[in-house]
Design a protein around this ligand. Structure first.
Ligand code: UFG
Length: 333
């Protein structure tokens, strides 16, 4: 299948592109490189473009004979979204609306959308099922939820077949540890801890040690990037028959911030300074997924549920790319 991967130069998109190519599909990456890295795109055609550019989208969908779109191009910083709601709604919602319009014009009806556990806000109970109330507490989560609602209504008109995949905490490196996580600025826990272990940061901060969790720190459900991408391939196949598919993607097991720090210390063999800091605004104490639906409806199985394996892959990538994608000559794996 010819698949347009919007945001295919980013962390999840680049891993997805590589997996599509491995699986015999023909991915075409569409990315404005505002956040992504050109060198993260290897086995695919590359179109440098912005989702706001309607003409270029229609042209690209037509010229490449695209059969389906996977959409990863979004801003993902919860804190920043609170400061800049207009920016988040424009990029995450308006640009996706533009993309869906272009797909309608070009006659492309399959859409796999990168959604998030942030649509659930502060859930009262965990693990979270797809039926748990959707109550986003920030513009980031709202902008993703608004796209899901739009897709839902479009699917009812039978003009769109879509899968909304709600990620918990994507982590690790894929494609034999050659495609890793390099956000600028970095805000995600695992890469930040690894940077501390590599001596690139003075310390790592724990945001809150007084949560109602076993060790007082937040608990998250980390899912290996390869397992996450695998679910997208299954979802794409499912869209041959389904108009609507909404699934959580997580392992169903949570690890605390302290456990993640200890695991990085173990995997890397390095010690580093840990600072106990105040809570970060808007962090739910526990987010774990009930991913039974993805297992039943997609036949999804995770290959790397162990935190240590996830962190080992991330460590390998960072160790080989000490300056991220700017590394002059990344060491071969
Ligand atoms: N954390 C720290 N110190 C840090 C960074 C993070 O203690 O320096 C903590 C956070 O407070 C949180 C946990 O580590 O408890 C994980 O934080 P991340 O920023 O890595 O990930 P989040 O769980 O906040 O966010 C992830 C995705 C978002 C998505 C969200 C859904 O990255 O895109 O899940 O809830 F919105």
């Amino acid at each position: 299948m010819k698949v347009l991967v919007c945001g295919g130069a980013g962390y999840i998109g680049s891993n997805m592109t590589a997996m599509l190519a491995r699986g015999g599909h023909e991915p075409v990456v569409f990315d404005n490189l505002a956040k992504g890295h050109r060198s993260a795109v290897k086995d695919a055609e590359f179109v440098r473009g912005d989702l706001a550019d309607y003409g270029l989208l229609v042209e690209t969908l037509g010229n490449y004979g695209i059969d389906a779109v996977m959409h990863f191009a979004a801003f993902i910083e919860v804190g920043e979204s609170v400061e800049k709601p207009l920016t988040y709604y424009r990029n995450n919602f308006c640009n996706t609306h533009n993309l869906l319009c272009a797909m309608a014009e070009a006659g492309v009806e399959k859409f796999v959308f990168s959604s998030t556990a942030a649509v659930y806000g502060m859930p009262e109970t965990t693990p979270i099922t797809e039926e748990t109330s959707k109550a986003p507490i920030n513009p980031y989560g709202e902008s993703k939820w608004a796209v899901e609602r739009l897709c839902h209504f479009l699917s009812e008109t039978k003009k769109l077949r879509y899968a909304a995949l709600r990620y918990f905490n994507a982590a690790g490196a894929g494609q034999d540890c050659t495609l890793g996580e390099d956000h600028r600025p970095e805000s995600h826990l695992i890469p930040l801890i690894i940077q501390a272990a590599m001596g690139k940061r003075d310390a790592v901060s724990i945001f809150g040690t007084d949560y109602p969790t076993p060790d007082g720190t937040c608990v998250r459900d980390y899912i290996h990037i390869e397992d996450l991408c695998k679910a997208h391939l299954l979802a794409l196949d499912k869209l041959d028959e389904a108009y609507e598919l909404v699934c959580n993607l997580g392992n169903g097991k949570g690890y605390s911030v302290r456990e993640v720090i200890e695991t990085v210390k173990k995997v890397s063999g390095k010690d580093f300074r840990v600072i106990e800091a105040d809570r970060r605004r808007g962090d739910p104490p526990v987010l774990t997924a009930d991913a039974t639906k993805a297992k039943i409806e997609l036949g999804w199985r995770t290959d790397y549920p162990q935190l240590e394996k996830i962190i080992q892959s991330a460590w390998t990538w960072h160790d080989n790319h000490p300056d991220g994608y700017d590394s002059k000559s990344p060491r071969p794996v």
